[in-house]
Design a binder for this molecule. Sequence first.
Ligand code: N01
Length: 551
Amino acid sequence: MNQTDLHQSAAPGFRTWSEPLDVVVVGAGFAGIYMQYALREAGFQSVVFEAGSDVGGTWYWNRYPGARCDVDSLDYSYKFSEEIQREWRWSERYAAQDEILRYFHFVVDRLDLRRDIQLNTRVTASHYDEASNLWTVRTDTGDVVRARFVVMATGNLSTANVPAIPGRERFGGEQYHTGNWPKEPVSFEGKRVAVIGTGSSGVQAVTEISRRAAQLTVFQRTANFCLPADVPTLRDKERQNYLDNLEQMREIARHSQYGTPYSQALLLHRPALEDDVETRNRIMQERWDMGGAALVRSWNDLLTNEEANRPVAEFVRAKIREIVKDPATAAALSPTDHPIGTKRLCLDTGYYEAFNKPHVSLVDLKSEPIEEIVETGVRTSKATYAFDVLVFATGFDAMTGTLLRIDFQGRQGLRLTEAWAAGPRTYLGVMTNGFPNLFLVTGPGSPSITGCVVVSIEQHVEWITDCLIHLRNNRLNRIEPALDAQDAWVDHVNALAASTLLPKANSWYMGANIPGKPRVFMPYIGGIGTYRRECNEIVEAGYKGFNMSAV
Ligand code: N01
């Protein structure tokens, strides 16, 4: 059976598949696209449902001004295909959103994947039937499809967090969320603009909007550490050097801590306080000048020892004081409530400098909380500010938000919302007990966004594909992690996090940005290479911890 006769029309906009598929893939970002390609190559029948009107995942939705990747482009690319790696030419060291979207189009066309992807289709429910050992997947466009396996490739940052600030519906001007930005151009020229939120998205949006708006007010709840990242054009020589060493680069990335050869080469493999103050200062300055995350990819105890972390945090605060002319603004922009690196660092291409412009101002919500949004703008405890445009850069219900919004029902009607009521529970971040044949790409409990996520995605896609082939070769069709193996994995992930400073920050890694969300450190922090080894060992031990059967 081929893809074209998989479905029949029941009514306009409503489709039902007559035969069960092997796999339904949800999401057409980095994960879903490669997953679909790998499944097709392995001979499985599958379809991809994508909520957006185009492929690209996070790079489709996050088209806000200034959106740009903060991982080197040559690393933040698919590595499974040497042809793709060689044929595509990145123009800048950190690619901008529109270039990454063009890359997606290139890949999808190059691999002839468009025919397998159904756009404008959001999966709303997925129920498992024990007797038939099939999932029934439903979408908001009325599709009903049964499949043996479901692969969630929905990303870690795909459900926008719009805070419940009273009065938002009353605002008379334009309002946008960075994670759900319209396709149509948004003009800031001559306008009074507010940006609420100062994470990676806010920092990038503020920098760009400050160049266009008549007036910009930034509402900051927590100051974040931003590291400089000038965005040089990629030179042919650098590109060629990478391509000449492609296999070696891939191998380093796959077995490294953070998923990139660049960051692996920067690691110092010694505690910070082993160096004297002069040496430390020299290293910090060199790494500040290098840009990107070089400063924190350094001594091996920065994320485990507060004494080691403090001088690095203070180094950045001193830089902020140097750059920002107004001392009160500089003080408000200086993070003091978390060790550096325990919240996701921001990429800075002129953020701190923006506050020296006369039309840019900062409102520190710690001393002046927002009380409500009114028709003309924002009212805080101290003043009412008038705006034409409100930009919410308030982040995401990360890692679990998208999964928990789908009505998942596993064995005996077990709901995912119940199974994960106290926080996500997975085995390897790739499956969860009670939900047979449901796979997660970069799920909670895996390294996912702690490094170059494309490397983690590729590893999961390949692991899942190999697992499906293993089942097929052994005439098996059902896989589920054992509860004790999952409990042990969750304990392992928690213990790794507890041995670091990371749980100290109110980060989205901890679910702390969403009111009422369980406070659990969600990703695996042991490093991309170590995690890969652990996954491989489990496979070599006969998929230890997984129960497999034929139904
Ligand atoms: O989201 P965030 P993001 N009132 O959660 C504030 C990736 N990414 O979209 O810190 C007022 O980091 C919130 O305050 P607080 C990257 O992994 C990558 O910026 O919770 N403020 C915070 O300041 C990144 O980490 C790239 O106190 C409120 C901000 O909103 C992740 O996506 C670019 C609020 C949200 O920051 C998420 O980044 C962009 C409220 N009610 C994103 N609620 C690159 O590759 C929240 N905030 C460069």
